[in-house]
Design a protein around this ligand. Structure first.
Ligand SMILES: C[S@@+](CC[C@H](N)C(=O)[O-])C[C@H]1O[C@@H](n2cnc3c(N)ncnc32)[C@H](O)[C@@H]1O
Length: 263
């Protein structure tokens, strides 16, 4: 996961930074304000090749990445090594179904679940497993794809039947990849996320609209003049906390607290 766009970056890197800035800033604020005096114990479920895990470890925190893909975990190990944080990042092969065998119940301060709830068979069971891993008062950082923007995108591309189907079913067809099983590839609304989190014992603290503009703006405009990429990031951050933009966002990022105790 990239930080803000920097001079000298390629067009691709600047766009990637603009895509991830809102989530990174929100997460870094949580880690810096709540874990200023000790490292947080962080679990990144479905953390893949560790782009986010390594950045979190670079802040001094201890991160366990749980992922079913051995290839992703191999890349994670190399990336952690190259970044000098191999002692703070460990990869464990597994999934949401085996999470309780891999990390102790109630022993985690922060769980990251980014891009995973869409592809699991049972999102409610997945959130229950994440709640069990977290200590009461611990934080869940949940990033999911948002439905309404995806409906608009499909319609704008002329895929009207697919747009209608997504609108009504909340799914864009079978998920792909070795770990996907028969799971669907869901898109969530903000109300659905709020409801499933509540059912699983979480209190949402903040919801962010992510990638409201960056997926729509042509690269030529982002690259047009110095400072355009940074201005785009600032615009994304300005709308991120405005609820009226949630339905326009490619993704929704939620920070939620596990109920049960102060923390
Ligand atoms: C879309 S990628 C997201 C990767 C990373 N979290 C990110 O945001 O860039 C989904 C990841 O979830 C993993 N995954 C698939 N099924 C899973 C499951 N049941 N439990 C945990 N992780 C799973 C995949 O191997 C993959 O690394």
């Amino acid at each position: 996961m990239s930080a803000d766009p920097r001079p000298g970056q390629s067009s691709l890197q600047r766009r990637s930074a603009a895509r991830t800035a809102v989530v990174w800033h929100a997460l870094r604020d949580v880690l810096e304000t709540r874990y200023a005096d000790r490292p947080a114990a962080v679990v990144d479920i479905g953390g893949g090749t560790g782009g986010l895990a390594v950045r979190v470890a670079e802040l001094g925190h201890q991160v366990v990445v749980v992922d079913p893909s051995p290839d992703a975990l191999a890349i994670l190990a190399r990336r952690a090594d190259e970044s000098g944080v191999a002692d703070r990042v460990s990869g464990r092969q597994g999934d949401l179904g085996t999470l309780s065998d891999l990390v102790p119940d109630g022993g985690t301060d922060v769980v990251l679940c980014h891009g995973v709830l869409e592809i699991v068979e049972d999102p409610a069971a997945a959130l229950a497993a994440l709640a069990a891993a977290l200590r009461p008062g611990g934080t869940l950082s949940l990033l999911v794809n948002q439905r309404h923007a995806a409906v608009v995108t499909r319609a704008m591309a002329g895929h009207f039947t697919a747009a209608r189907s997504l609108l009504e079913s909340g799914s864009v067809g079978p998920a792909t990849g070795p770990a996907a099983g028969g799971a669907t590839n869901r898109r969530f609304t903000a109300d659905e996320i709020t409801a499933v989190l509540d059912d699983a014992g979480f209190d949402p603290e903040a919801m962010h609209a992510v990638r409201v503009f960056v997926d729509l703006v042509p690269s030529s405009l982002v690259d047009l003049e110095p400072g355009a990429a940074q201005a785009l990031v600032e615009l994304e951050r300005a709308v991120a906390t405005r609820p009226e933009y949630l339905a326009l966002a490619t993704q929704i990022h939620t920070l939620a607290t596990r109920r049960g105790a102060s923390g």
